[in-house]
Design a protein around this ligand. Structure first.
Ligand SMILES: [Zn+2]
Length: 277
């Protein structure tokens, strides 16, 4: 089951799975479930490869770049380990345009990896945890990218503020409950910038919002104290107030954000804990 050889990556330089091939050859004609299981364990036998599988299992699918950013590893190192995982059929890869999307092809693989932690007596993975990091929200030039960016765009479409018009979006109604973030969208003065354009999100594989409205969303989130950018990174973190407000607006679900843990050192818990609801 884990023998599928799928390679569509462009970055993987070398495959350090030579011994797996040798083993396959040596035991040709004598495949056994034990051999398959041993090969599977061998392919997984590196902390970084385990991290990759867990990350992909949690996120669904990710591009090479987003994996590199999330794991803080070099292109070469990640490429080698991805090649090993692909070669062992533990992860799969699908090309869409110029981007390769990596994923875990079988839920049993993710389950097996999680079970390894229990069997090893290692601390279990933090259950789901609040959405965070570059994949959740990041600054993309002057607007919001990541899952949050995609959800903000969805909200504006769902609430008839903007609509797709050719390759861009056009304003079709007032910002309504988004006015604190966007201001008056019906009377935007002359600008050399497009009002609302889609920007392909590398981690979501869909558009988030750029243009004048995209930039207003980002500055609105910051000015209202709903989001902060981690210094030296493009990662955006929601403050407690931001979680509450965006949850009230049905952009996100506050239950995804446990009160205690906002991660990454932003002093959000303190900010929101004392100002009542
Ligand atoms: Zn963008």
């Amino acid at each position: 089951m884990f023998h599928e050889n799928m390679k569509c990556h462009m970055h993987a330089a070398e495959i350090d799975g030579a011994n797996v091939h040798a083993m396959d050859k040596a035991s040709a004609g004598r495949t056994s479930p034990e051999l398959s299981a041993a090969n599977f364990a061998r392919v997984l036998g590196h902390p970084l490869r385990i991290s990759v599988v867990r990350l992909l299992a949690n996120r669904g699918s990710m591009s090479f770049t987003s994996l590199m950013e999330a794991l803080h590893v070099s292109q070469g190192l990640l490429g080698n380990h991805l090649a090993r995982l692909l070669d062992g059929g533990v992860i799969a890869c699908q090309k869409s345009g110029r981007i390769s999307w990596y994923s875990v092809p079988d839920a049993r693989i993710a389950e097996a990896v999680e079970n390894l932690f229990g069997a090893a007596g290692a601390a279990p993975m933090k259950p789901a945890g609040p959405p965070s990091g570059m994949c959740f929200a990041r600054r993309c030039t002057d607007h919001v990218g990541g899952l949050l960016g995609v959800r903000l765009l969805d909200w504006l479409i769902r609430n008839h503020v903007i609509a797709l018009d050719g390759n861009d979006y056009r304003v079709i109604g007032a910002a309504g409950r988004f006015e604190p973030l966007l201001g008056d969208v019906m009377h935007i003065g002359p600008t050399s910038k497009k009002i609302a354009v889609g920007c392909l999100d590398t981690t979501e594989g869909r558009d988030h919002l750029g243009g004048v409205l995209g930039a207003r969303l980002l500055s609105g989130l910051r000015d209202l104290g709903w989001a902060e950018e981690i210094p030296g990174s493009r990662t955006l973190i929601l403050t407690c107030r931001g979680v509450r407000q965006l949850s009230d607006l049905n952009v996100i679900d506050a239950s995804e954000f446990p009160q205690q843990d906002f991660g990454d050192g932003v002093d959000a818990a303190t900010e929101g804990a004392h100002d009542g609801q």
